[in-house]
Design a protein around this ligand. Structure first.
Ligand SMILES: [Zn+2]
Length: 106
C-alpha cells in the first residue's frame, strides 16, 4: 500500500506539459488518502458525474413518487454516496422543487 501511495505521488507530482491545464504540483497526505478511498470505491460500471447529472431530474421524481430508477438506482445511489458535487446538485434540485411546491397555490 505504501508503495502504491509513493507511486501515485510520483505520477501526480510530475509536471504537466499541457498548457492551459492546471498542473498538480503537490498532494498532501489528506489528498492522497482521499484519492485512495475514491479508488477503492470505484466500480467497473461507475457512472460519470455527467450521467448522474443527466438523470437527477428523474431521480428526484422517483424520490417524490417513492419509486426507483430500476437498474440505475443502485449506480446513482453509489455515485451520490461518494461524490459531493452530485450530492450538492441533488440537494439544490430538491430544495428548488420544495420551494416551488411551497409557492404553489393550494
Ligand atoms: Zn458526481
Amino acid at each position: 500500500m505504501a508503495q502504491l501511495i509513493e507511486k501515485l505521488r510520483e505520477l501526480l507530482e510530475r509536471p504537466s506539459h499541457t498548457s492551459g491545464m492546471v498542473a498538480i504540483t503537490a498532494l498532501d497526505d489528506q489528498s492522497i488518502e482521499r484519492l485512495m478511498v475514491l479508488l477503492c470505491v470505484t466500480r467497473d460500471d461507475e457512472l460519470s458525474c455527467e450521467e448522474v447529472f443527466n438523470c437527477l431530474d428523474e431521480y428526484v421524481d422517483c424520490l417524490a413518487a417513492h419509486s426507483d430508477l430500476g437498474d440505475r438506482q443502485a449506480l446513482v445511489d453509489h455515485h451520490l454516496g461518494f461524490c459531493a458535487d452530485c450530492r450538492d446538485e441533488l440537494n439544490a434540485l430538491v430544495s428548488a422543487l420544495q420551494s416551488a411546491a411551497d409557492d404553489w397555490p393550494n
